[in-house]
Design a protein around this ligand. Structure first.
Ligand code: UD1
Ligand code: CA
Length: 523
């Protein structure tokens, strides 16, 4: 097999003590995905997963579990004795795998990435690789000059303005009174694999942290007569590390703003982008408008000419073109076709598929529902486990009763069905095309196409019932005044009998709330 030019090693074994968190640092999330996932994505721009070596240690089971689907290789660093030690573990594993043949089997160069430097862009890695190859360097370091270099390793150039590096000095190891170079080590480097492996065993841990520093390889290479170069990154943000929660949230904000800016550059209008939470993988088509305080999460895809109004949260959902999401909608794993209208306050749960130009309105909850073209459920409904045809009208408050306490059942509603308000459709149930369900029905049996189904008790109307009752009690002109708490009120008419009559004939008791203490009767 021809040897490949570049492999990638990702350092992800550390605990992240400075985070003070139970979760391993590289599994903390920014921009909607773990730090490590961001770094693996960057690594994939350089090498195939079979040549991406992810060095894991602290809580390695959890870390491996979180990213194994990417197909990257794992190297165990059981004790975290430093970044240099992490690469010693990679070397040791390759020795076990390949013995003396390791040099033929390993990629010729190794790009080293830090699991906690997640904003790095493929373009910057490409520039670093280019410099490394052109200069035939043993090591090429990506550097930056941030406003505050505190906490980072400092890069000492051979001489001011030189491309070449003499050494990297960790912040902790600066001599007292030495402010150190303002140029920081990003923790991202290219190495000639052979040159790196030759020097790893020479590392010593006689330093402020008692660790084997990968950064010391720079000086070792220079001592051995090899050349070490540095490339200054164009953007400082790209190489910032995340060692504390505050630093991580800074990176999160930077990443989300970068995502919003990328979308705006593609023709999306985002009002007050700083109030929106948009994950890195979200795609939005041009001429779509995103209002303030919207969250677009996961792998959400939104077509062109849509509008997402304030306070809506859209998670891992796909929206077609020209969809209007009114205020306060929540969508999870839902699919919405062109021209549909949602909300305000609609809740589309997983498996909701809303057809073209369909409406799902105020306080309607859907789950595992297919809703056909032009169908409408505009008010206060629960529609779960249902297949709803085209042109169906679901009246206010209609509900599919999908759960019998043990199992879930399906409701099938044909094209053009009219479901009257406040109906309950007890599944399993099929309503044929064009059928009518009368308002307030409880439907338990299948309804054939074009039929009218009524499932409610017949209305009984008793003409002049009230008049007769009042006359019998002799209270035709009396009205009871119910006082507001703390107000003195009087009943008008025959006082004592009025109260008695009101008690006896409570269904027709007329209540008028007194507006003020002086009020005497009906207005
Ligand atoms: C490191 C660099 C520093 C640089 C900074 C950039 C060293 C000695 N220092 O410092 O020059 O400016 O990154 O962000 O390399 N890790 C392991 N195994 C270990 C120790 C760490 O895999 O034994 C991993 C960590 O999980 C992390 C990465 O290596 O992803 C960097 O380690 P960290 O302790 O954060 O190094 P810094 O102190 O930030
Ligand atoms: Ca770090």
């Amino acid at each position: 097999m021809a040897k490949s030019e570049f492999g990638v090693a990702i350092l992800a074994a550390g605990k992240g003590t400075r985070l003070k968190s139970k979760r391993p640092k590289v599994l903390h999330e920014i921009g909607g995905q773990s730090l490590l996932m961001h770094v693996i994505e960057a690594a994939r721009s350089v090498a195939e997963p079979s040549e991406i070596y992810c060095i894991v240690g602290h809580e390695s089971d959890k870390v491996i579990d979180a990213v194994k689907e990417t197909g990257v290789q794992f190297v165990h660093q059981t004790k975290q004795l430093g970044t240099g030690h992490a690469l010693q573990m990679l070397k040791a594993q390759q020795m076990v795998n390949f013995g003396d043949r390791w040099e033929d089997e390993m990629p010729e160069n190794l790009l080293v990435l830090s699991g906690d430097v997640p904003l790095i862009k493929p373009e910057t890695l490409a520039a670093l690789k280019k410099m490394h190859l052109e200069r035939q360097a043993a090591m090429t370091i990506l550097t930056a000059v941030p406003p505050s270099p505190k906490g980072y390793g400092r890069v000492n150039r051979m001489s001011p303005g030189s491309d070449e590096v003499a050494a990297i000095v960790e912040q902790k190891d600066l001599k007292p009174g030495d402010a150190g170079s303002p140029e920081i080590n990003s923790g991202i480097y290219c190495f000639k694999t052979a040159a790196l492996f030759e020097n790893l065993d020479k590392l010593k841990n006689e330093n402020a942290s008692g660790e084997f520093y990968l950064t010391d390889v720079a000086a070792l290479l220079v001592e051995g007569g090899q050349r070490v170069f540095a490339l200054k990154a164009e953007s400082v943000d790209e190489v910032l590390g995340a060692n504390t929660i505050a630093e991580m949230m800074h990176l999160d904000a930077a990443m989300r703003l970068a995502t919003a800016e990328k979308l705006m550059a593609q023709g999306v209008t985002i009002f007050r982008p700083e109030t929106c939470v948009i994950d890195a993988q979200v795609f939005v088509g041009p001429d779509t408008v995103i209002e303030p305080y919207v969250q677009l999460l996961g792998k959400t895809v939104i077509g062109e000419d849509c509008r997402v109004r304030s306070y809506s949260v859209i998670q891992s959902s796909t929206l077609g073109k020209n969809v209007l999401v009114r205020h306060g909608c929540i969508l999870e794993d839902a699919k919405v076709d062109d021209g549909a209208l949602l909300g305000p306050y609609a809740h589309l749960r997983p498996g909701s598929e809303i057809g073209e130009a369909a409406h799902v309105g105020n306080f309607v909850e859907t789950k595992k529902v297919k809703m056909g073209k032009g169908s409408k459920a505009n008010h206060l409904s629960y529609l779960g486990d249902a297949v709803i045809g085209a042109g169906v009208n679901v009246g206010a408050g209609a509900i599919t009763c999908n759960y019998d306490g043990v199992n879930k059942h399906l409701t099938t509603i044909g094209d053009g069905v009219f479901v009257g308000s406040d109906s309950t459709l007890v599944a399993p149930l099929t309503v044929g095309a064009g059928a009518y369900i009368a308002a307030g029905s409880c439907i338990t049996e299948d309804v054939p196409a074009e039929a009218l189904a009524l499932g409610r008790s017949r209305q009984v109307t008793k003409p002049e019932w009230v008049t007769r009752k009042k006359a019998a009690a002799g209270t035709a002109t009396s009205i009871v005044v119910t006082p507001k708490a703390g107000t003195k009120t009087k009943a008008v008419g025959k006082k004592s009998t009025a109260k008695k009559a009101a008690k006896k004939t409570s269904p027709v008791k007329a209540k008028v709330v007194a507006k003020g203490s002086k009020q005497k009767g009906v207005r």
